[in-house]
Design a binder for this molecule. Structure first.
Ligand SMILES: NC(=O)c1ccc[n+]([C@@H]2O[C@H](COP(=O)([O-])OP(=O)(O)OC[C@H]3O[C@@H](n4cnc5c(N)ncnc54)[C@H](O)[C@@H]3O)[C@@H](O)[C@H]2O)c1
Length: 255
């Protein structure tokens, strides 16, 4: 498989380094808006070279976005129009209903796939399966130290209690997790979100609570930061790499 990567930061770098060691990956094309970052990463790898997206697009099978919302708006339609599969890490860009529906329609026409890794949360597999039978309620509880919100509290304080559509406007840093959960389950308007500041907590925690015809689900992750970007959870990089492995593996585990 030939791979294009947009964004050579924490996640893009982790994906590129793993891809470089995988026998199934023949060539890697890297692009970053900061050319120096892409060139520097390419120099550390055996199979990679820096190239503009427009140039590498005809040469690759799949493109991995690990950059920004702006990059998704700029390149996603172009990638799908070219009939290439696309992995999107910046899932928050799909919050825009019109944009998302346009991408899905185009992907159907072009017979290609858009992959959304589960990122910094666990339990997306269960939510997807449960949604087939009918989910009654899905809640995301995100808990961080008060400093992560630029605040100081002596005790646990609920900062927000509403739906995912409102939450992503007020807490844009939570947007990827809330977007992934909403799209897997009951949508942005029905997914409940609670954002909590807790002075006792050491890790950023995302807890998913759901119930429906299947029973109840409770999944919680206490995330350590990515050493290269403290605002990105390390699990997000690992889930991106797991999707890369899924793309080339004949054995497909889970959903
Ligand atoms: N799905 C999830 O759970 C999850 C978790 C963490 C991060 N993310 C998202 O994944 C993306 C990457 O995260 P990261 O931690 O690697 O970030 P990062 O800041 O470490 O790296 C991003 C890189 O993309 C480059 N970039 C930005 N805009 C670009 C553009 N328009 N074109 C090309 N390159 C561009 C930057 O120069 C930078 O090198 C972010 O958008 C982040 O919000 C998603």
């Amino acid at each position: 498989m030939k791979l294009g990567i947009i964004g050579c930061g924490a996640i893009g770098g982790d994906v590129a380094k793993t891809a470089d060691e995988m026998d199934d990956i023949e060539e890697i094309y890297l692009y970053d808006i900061v050319e120096e970052k892409g060139v520097r990463l390419a120099e550390q790898l055996k199979k990679a070279k820096f190239e503009k997206v427009e140039k590498f697009l005809p040469l690759v099978d799949t493109v991995f976005e690990a950059a920004s919302q702006q990059a998704v708006y700029e390149y996603a339609e172009m990638i799908i129009e070219a009939g290439k599969d696309l992995v999107i890490m910046t899932i928050g860009a799909l919050f825009d209903d019109d944009f998302r529906e346009r991408l899905i329609k185009k992907a159907k026409e072009k017979k290609c796939k858009i992959y959304l890794p589960s990122g910094a949360v666990a339990g997306i597999d269960g939510i997807k399966a449960a949604s087939v039978g009918g989910l009654h309620e899905v809640t995301l509880v995100t808990t961080k130290a008060p400093e992560a919100f630029g605040k100081h509290f002596e005790k646990r304080t609920v900062l927000f209690d509403g739906n995912a559509r409102e939450a992503v406007k007020l807490f844009p840093r939570n947007i990827n997790v809330a977007a992934c959960l909403s799209l897997a389950g009951v949508g942005f308007d029905e997914t409940k979100v609670k954002v909590v500041a807790d002075p006792v907590i050491k890790y950023n925690s995302h807890k998913i609570l759901a119930h429906g015809k299947f029973g109840r689900l409770r999944a919680e992750v206490e995330n350590l930061p990515n050493p290269k970007n403290p605002s990105t959870s390390y699990l997000a990089s690992l889930s991106a790499i797991a999707v890369l492995k899924k793309l080339v593996n004949p054995l497909q585990i889970g959903i």
